[in-house]
Design a protein around this ligand. Sequence first.
Ligand code: 5RP
Length: 222
Amino acid sequence: MTQDELKDAVAAAAIDEVRPMLGRDIVIGVGTGSTANCFIDRLAELRGDFRGAVASSEASAQRLKGHGIDVYELNEVGTMPVYVDGADEVNAHLQMIKGGGAALTREKIVAACCKTFICIADASKRVERLGDFPLPIEVIPMARSYVARELVKLGADPVYREGVVTDNGNQIIDCYGLDIDDPVALETRINAIVGVVTNGLFAARPADILLIGGADGISRHL
Ligand code: 5RP
């Protein structure tokens, strides 16, 4: 199977997880990226079975609307049963690096409002140790250089992702070379730097269910 076929297969598996949670009053959280797009496309089949979705990006909101799925503002809905999203890396503890698509802040907010986080990924995203993928950090634009200097003190090699503006009007720094020994501690430490909006470590609140699409089929991890 190609990587795209694996993404679609794992999205189909996520639909099977989500289907029993749906109902006419149910709003679900939907993530961002190419794997999440596969999920959105398959979610279209269930359009009449649930109320709608909260999207973690403008791009996902547009894709959902394109399928005739109602999109709600997060402030309009309460706690949602489930959030489905991809990841750039995921470890055995279901901790992730996310934000390759620059949507990390909204992803973390929407995930925080959902009872169950289902991470969907092809097998290339599964890692022993987080950190080969550069850690994305969303920063307030005026703080970018300051935050970068603070990140150097943590041992990172920060690189400004030029030309990218997040849905929140902010900028992204990608951190190379970080030694992510303790993901929860590093997530907390980076968030404490003034000017950081969010960092792409999803460790304090990892996924609850991980669906991996590989050569041998779909594996489910808790
Ligand atoms: C976007 C994300 C995505 O979930 C992550 O980048 C994975 O994307 P893809 O499914 O395209 O590999 O965090 O900010």
